[in-house]
Design a protein around this ligand. Sequence first.
Ligand SMILES: Cc1cc2nc3c(=O)[nH]c(=O)nc-3n(C[C@H](O)[C@H](O)[C@H](O)COP(=O)(O)OP(=O)(O)OC[C@H]3O[C@@H](n4cnc5c(N)ncnc54)[C@H](O)[C@@H]3O)c2cc1C
Length: 307
Amino acid sequence: MANAVVSPDLIQVLARIVGEENVRADEPMSAHTTFKIGGPADAYVMPRTADEVAAVVRACDEAGAPLAVVGNGSDLLVADAGLRCVVMQILDNMASVRVEDTRIVAQAGATNAQVARVALEAGLAGFEFASGIPGTIGGASIMNAGAYGGEFKDVCVELACVTPAGESVRVSREEADWSYRHSMMGDAGYIVVEAVLDLARDDAAAIKDRMDDLKARREEKQPLEMPSAGSTFKRPEGYFAGKLIQDAGLRGYRVGGAQVSTKHTGFVVNAGDATAADVRQLIVDVQNRVFDEFGVRLEPEVKMWGF
Ligand SMILES: Cc1cc2nc3c(=O)[nH]c(=O)nc-3n(C[C@H](O)[C@H](O)[C@H](O)COP(=O)(O)OP(=O)(O)OC[C@H]3O[C@@H](n4cnc5c(N)ncnc54)[C@H](O)[C@@H]3O)c2cc1C
């Protein structure tokens, strides 16, 4: 752990909170990102309850160690040198989902696909748009994930969160202040532990048809067979990022193992052994070329950590 800011003492404290089996030192982030890229995190911790999340937050705060939260890592580019902090994963250990009448209460580590399946089985409509977004409910809450005309803010009525001070709070839809790929929780550093979705009753066969249709559209348009983090850039006002990139002649453009997808120019893919440095350089090159050609500044949607 060269230059680590996470002490062995803190790792022991974390192990007491979440159990030995749920803490790792020097954990490669490439195993936890859909890009399959990223160096080691000093410490990687996988809490099982909201109380454990709060206790980890307080322990890191007391130790002066920075803390980052990861869900399914489907919107992340982590630097090759890794992360000098504690990374908290909210995924499988906090993934329970229950139905209450027309509402679904999901822990933040449940995946969108898992919640969509539960909604389908319960005959509840409104979450089909998210069934193919390969992240968690926590990631969807922070990013206001959206696709095919639907957004997380349309269905989520309440969240349970842990604040940076380690306090448990409820957050209403109004307080969440969602807009395009933005939330109050992201700004304030809140950790999402649970979300309540309000859906509408519908025929299960009709829900399934809509999910199948969106799945087919994704498979046709997106390079799902290659590691990526989805759309690399936010949609610029009045344009489509993929179209600008294509019109700038960058389809298939490569830096090392990173490539502008030939199938969907809005995606940067890991075409084999790409480093984070490759992807980052490619992003900068694309931004510069598109700006030179069209005067539009593309802003990354993908979160870049450790640079
Ligand atoms: C093939 C592909 C297709 C995609 N298609 C879409 C799409 O159609 N629409 C779309 O919106 N996105 C899409 N994405 C991007 C990504 O799936 C979404 O942004 C998703 O919401 C991220 O969720 P995650 O759990 O993977 O979050 P991560 O990537 O792990 O984290 C993303 C951000 O959320 C924060 N975060 C995660 N969980 C929590 C939590 N519990 N509490 C607090 N903060 C948290 C992280 O700190 C980070 O800032 C796609 C990605 C891929 C790879």
